[in-house]
Design a protein around this ligand. Structure first.
Ligand code: PAF
Length: 278
């Protein structure tokens, strides 16, 4: 794997990247499955590691974000990645133009997670826009765990008319507990990890209840009731249209959840379908 710390060197190499996997490092099986998805679809794969401070809406969250560059490089080498782009802030900013905030799709960026993390998705749009200018890939590989992020990047691609295809990859879960893999899980104690598995259990229950034709409002009440008894503070639990992420009461839906366990913010989702579609 060739490692680029300099954007000039990266661009001068004219790499013709097929699939791009942007990350903030602290790589886990979830990232490796994105890389596997990339490998199934393409040959020339570039992973980026850049911890984008602007997208952290909580200073503590940024300060505690785990940095594990040596381990990450080892994992990427083993996974057969071709290029790692590991740039610094100034280098990125000097070699790309920012996302123009007048295009911000506020209906999306201020919704769900964006309602609780002001400015988060605008900062994601900015960094991905900058990375697109530098990497110029044919595909971007994104995880379904960050379901709203997929829609945000879809908007970015439409706004700037990028010829980039989004390839999504399923959420990877811990065996047994079902906890969705996330870099933030490493901040949880063993006890908290056990507790965090209640999030996926609740999502599974919501899918079962929906398949049993229980009305959405009743399912929501049930899920909020469950978390009242647990030390997980729910920000939102809701159903949305699977294909548009907009409010919906029928069709194929996705249930999305976000909450805090201690200082750690966790998100997850599950696709739910009506009985007739199962
Ligand atoms: O999903 C992430 O890890 C980040 O939001 C991304 C896409 C790398 C942008 O910083």
């Amino acid at each position: 794997m060739k490692i680029f710390n300099s954007i000039n060197e990266f661009c001068n190499s004219q790499l013709d990247i097929e699939s791009f996997v942007p990350t903030m490092g602290n790589l886990h099986e979830g990232h490796l499955s994105l890389i596997n998805t990339a490998k199934k679809n393409s040959k020339n794969i570039c992973v980026s590691i850049y911890v984008n401070k602007n997208q952290f809406t909580n200073k503590k969250d940024f300060d505690s974000y785990p940095i594990t560059l040596d381990e990450d490089i080892y994992k990427l080498e083993k996974a057969g990645v071709n290029y790692l782009l590991n740039p610094c802030k100034d280098d990125i900013e000097n070699n790309s133009s920012p996302f123009d905030a007048k295009f911000e799709p506020k209906y999306l960026t201020n919704d769900l997670c964006g309602k609780y993390r002001k400015g988060h998705f605008l900062a994601v749009m900015d960094i991905v826009h900058r990375l697109f200018q530098i990497v110029n890939p044919k595909n971007i590989i994104l995880g379904e765990k960050d379901y709203q992020q997929i829609f945000v990047i879809k908007e970015l691609i439409e706004i700037y008319n990028y010829n980039i295809k989004i390839i999504t990859s399923p959420t990877i879960r811990e065996k047994g507990s079902g906890l969705a893999l996330s870099s933030r899980n490493s901040l949880l104690t063993a006890e908290q990890k056990k507790m965090a598995s209640e999030i996926y259990k609740a999502l599974q229950l919501s899918a079962i209840l929906y398949a049993d034709n229980v009305p959405l409002d009743q399912i929501k009440d049930k899920i909020y009731e469950i978390f009242e008894q647990l030390p997980i503070e729910i920000e939102y639990f809701t159903f949305r249209d699977l294909k548009t992420l907009q409010q919906a009461n029928d069709n194929d839906l996705i249930a999305l959840i976000a909450g805090y366990l201690g200082n750690v913010r966790l998100i997850d989702n599950i696709i739910v379908k009506s009985k007739t579609n199962l």
